[in-house]
Design a protein around this ligand. Structure first.
Ligand code: ASP
Length: 453
């Protein structure tokens, strides 16, 4: 009933102005003029326009000062399906779709951005892939990655476990880019010593845009799976702004470093694992220390994660209530994103920053309650060394653990994973500081950083 009303209201704005989805319109909203195509909206009272830049903008209908149709617009229909011929000489790749921009495009006729996940839809969008492998696809979710939670990681890992029986040569997980690095880290911890390559592939621009990176990222992932002896988890994305190459990035040492560039993903304090030239398919390994197909290690799945694990960024405005929150909510683990070498405002030096001492007490009490607290750095590059400054030393004394050169996001995922799968707190503390999946460089190179490419 409510749904029906929402739909009617949404329709009535368009009807009132003689417009329909797919029309190219000009709208004046809060003094700004927007030119874009009306895309279907599920949100009551909002008009969504797809701009020429490819981005969508949401305008509150009642604040639209003027709207006029520029043209009927272009209809973008669902891509035609094509007949899939399985070629027995080609290897099998499994696609476990999770959502995001990668396999989506706007269908102005039937509504919204739709995800292509059936083999025929996907291959109709990227037919060149069929020359390289046979595909089986499965939809795990169709969700923007900003809406993913730990529970989705477990779902993906369980699905991987189930599908291994069909012996694919590798798995591709199309994924939204926003939190793709978190998922990669989670899968790396959840699946110990996989026997095949499992690559997360995203796109910064949807497939209906000329500048989309979807096809190239997928194609490079397929080449990498079919032509190399790599096994394990990786992220496959553009190396630079050109369409020349993709890189395979390490799952626990990668970060989305740009909100919109196609080469947003960078390895931090690490090198990319490999580089795939798009045109030639030539592959160069930049890292030799990786798990190789045919290894004899046993694959172990541990897929639980503790939800009550948090991440707190140090700022000059940090107040004790921000810390006591975690105690009140019974958090089991907390990653701190400290300043510099791993500091937090906890000391009162001149008297006007007395509140800092309360931050210290709040943290001490949180740790006494059993919460495991780990320090990382908001510098991104480099590692924490808490023995250098007084704040760091005081924090070490009360039991804060050094996260070494772990990325804050990776430390969060790792801590949640350890808390989910191990009972003994001492063991968790020990493992948190030990390199399990390449998340910690025990020793940094001489120049103390490995810059992103
Ligand atoms: N916000 C989107 C997501 O992470 C962006 C993308 O799909 O790449 O799902």
């Amino acid at each position: 009933m409510q749904k029906k009303m929402v739909l009617m209201e949404a329709k009535s704005f368009l009807a009132k102005h003689g417009l329909k989805e797919g029309n190219l319109v000009e709208a004046v909203f809060q003094g700004e003029t927007f030119l874009g195509t009306i895309v279907p909206s599920k949100e009551n009272g909002m008009l969504f326009l797809k701009l020429k830049s490819g981005y969508n903008v949401g305008l509150e209908e009642k604040k639209i000062f003027m709207i006029k149709k520029i043209s009927e617009g272009q209809k973008v229909a669902k891509p035609g399906t094509i007949e899939i011929k399985q070629n027995p000489s080609l290897p099998k790749i499994l696609i476990l779709h999770t959502g995001g921009t990668i396999a989506s495009r706007v269908n102005y006729e039937t509504g919204g951005v739709f995800a292509s996940f059936s083999p025929s839809d996907l291959l109709a969008m990227f037919p060149e892939l069929m020359q390289k492998a046979n595909f089986e696809t499965k939809l795990i979710a169709n969700i923007e990655s900003e809406n993913m939670r730990f529970v989705h990681y477990a779902k993906i890992a369980e699905e991987i476990k189930k599908t291994l029986g069909s012996k694919p040569m590798g798995i591709i997980i199309p994924h939204g880019t926003d939190t793709m690095a978190y998922t990669a880290a989670a899968l790396a911890f959840m699946i110990q010593s996989p026997q095949i390559p499992i690559l997360l592939v995203g796109a910064q621009r949807s497939s209906d845009r000329g500048s989309s990176d979807a096809a190239m990222n997928l194609s490079c992932a397929v080449d990498f799976i079919t032509k190399t002896n790599f096994c394990g988890i990786g992220i496959c994305m553009h190396e630079n702004e050109n369409d020349s190459a993709c890189v395979i990035l390490p799952p626990t040492k990668t970060r989305k470093m740009h909100s919109s560039r196609r080469d947003a993903f960078k390895a931090i304090n690490a090198k990319p694992i490999a580089r795939i030239e798009y045109k030639t398919g030539k592959i160069e390994f930049l890292e030799q220390n990786y798990l190789k197909k045919g290894h004899e290690l046993q694959t172990v799945f541990k897929t639980k994660m503790e939800e009550k694990t948090g991440l707190l960024k140090s700022t000059p405005a940090l107040i004790p209530e921000q810390i006591t929150f975690f105690a009140k909510q019974k958090f089991q683990g907390l990653v701190l994103e400290g300043t510099g070498l791993g500091n937090l405002p906890i000391l009162s030096r001149t008297g006007i920053e007395k509140i800092n001492a309360q931050n210290f007490k709040a943290l001490q009490s949180l740790i006494k309650k059993g919460c495991i607290v780990v320090m990382t750095t908001q510098c991104i590059y480099g590692r924490v060394d808490m023995n250098v400054y007084s704040a760091g030393r005081e924090l070490l004394k009360i039991g804060v653990l050094e996260g070494k050169d772990m990325l804050p996001e990776t430390a969060l995922v790792k801590l949640a994973w350890l808390l989910g799968n191990y009972k003994d707190k001492e063991k968790i503390r020990e493992l948190m500081q030990k390199n399990l999946r390449g998340e910690i460089n025990e020793r940094m190179p001489i120049n103390n950083t490995v810059e992103a490419q």
